[in-house]
Write a new protein. Structure first.
Length: 337
């Protein structure tokens, strides 16, 4: 919340505290003195109303900004869809050679980090004698290894484009570091909103949307392109409105959160659009073999990194299973003593 709004809320809080105090004093005062209190109470009420009007004005300005951002997002999405038809084959190459292997690498890294943490935790519990029996330890180890097997299964979801879509797609292929694959957006929430808001709005069975639009949206969904899915959610969610009857603080928090989301999305979408625009030069389009060669190089590097992570995972699983021996040695030592 910005400082101006925070100051407004502080003023209102202080005025309401003063109002409550004055009202209590007025009720306890003789009738001839109550008018003096009543006059100040009216003044305070008018001050509060004036500040609330200023807050509502700030809200309207923020709401206008949000809806302007929405228009910008929708325009960028439309422009991107227009250009992407010419770049479809390169996108497929990118998906196959970088996005999918990249997600597999991410999952391998997460699995390795989980096993590292589990190994330290189990070893500490053993040395602290927190396991009362060998069967209890073995059950815990089985649970850890089972989660490692099933909790980090790689699929073909996309990664956060913000980590990679920075300059032109061509420069991206040459300069991207496969180890800097990050995920900072809530992809599951985007998918839920997309299915709830967008699909019914474009599906032939539930709308009059042109078939071409539906097929474009369907393709975005099938490719798990979460950046474009998020943009479509913004488009079909429509312009934002606020309930004037809601509390000023709740309204302000809701507006600020929506503004933050739209600013982030607009920035990421603009980078994606600029990357595609920069790529659409004759020299680049005339040399698709070079694009494919560079992508294959990135794919091979990612595969090597996946192999390294796989070896680390295998070793961590071995160390975790060997904790049984540590448990037995510690307990045998205590028995001998």
């Amino acid at each position: 919340m910005n400082r101006k709004i925070q100051a407004y809320f502080r003023q209102i809080r202080n005025l309401r505290q003063e109002l409550a105090t004055l009202d209590e004093k007025r009720m306890q005062s003789p009738e001839e003195e109550q008018f003096r209190f009543s006059q100040r109470i009216v003044e305070i009420a008018l001050e509060i109303e004036s500040i609330e009007k200023r807050i509502r004005l700030e809200d309207r300005q923020t709401l206008d900004l949000i809806n302007d951002l929405r228009k910008k997002i929708v325009a960028a999405l439309e422009q991107f869809n227009l250009w992407r038809k010419k770049m479809r084959e390169m996108e497929k190459l990118f998906l196959v050679n970088f996005v999918r292997p990249g997600f597999i690498l991410k999952q391998a890294v997460r699995q390795r980090e989980y096993l590292e943490t589990a190994l330290i935790r189990l070893r500490t519990r053993i040395t602290n004698h927190e396991f009362h029996s060998l069967s209890e330890l073995e059950a815990e180890i089985r649970q850890v290894l089972s989660h490692a097997d099933h909790g980090f299964e790689a699929d073909q979801r996309s990664f956060d484009d913000e980590a990679v879509q920075q300059e032109s797609f061509w420069e991206l292929i040459e300069e991207i570091d496969p180890q800097q694959i990050l995920e900072e957006v809530d992809e599951d929430q985007i998918a839920r909103d997309f299915k709830r808001i967008v699909l019914p709005a474009v599906h032939p069975d539930t709308s009059d949307t042109p078939v071409d639009t539906f097929l474009t949206v369907k393709e975005v969904y099938e490719q798990n392109d979460y950046l474009l899915m998020e943009a479509y959610v913004v488009q079909y969610r429509g312009e934002m409105t606020v309930d004037e009857e809601s509390s000023p603080r709740e309204r302000q928090e809701m507006l600020e959160e929506r503004e933050r989301q739209y600013q982030s999305l607009s920035s990421r979408l603009e980078r994606r659009l600029n990357a595609l625009k920069k790529e659409m030069t004759p020299a680049e389009l005339d040399d698709p073999e070079k694009v494919e060669e560079l992508l294959h190089q990135q794919r091979d590097e990612i595969k090597q990194l996946i192999q390294v992570e796989t070896e680390k995972i295998f070793n961590l699983r071995k160390l975790i299973m060997e904790l049984v021996q540590l448990f037995m040695e510690l307990n045998q030592g205590e028995a001998d003593a």
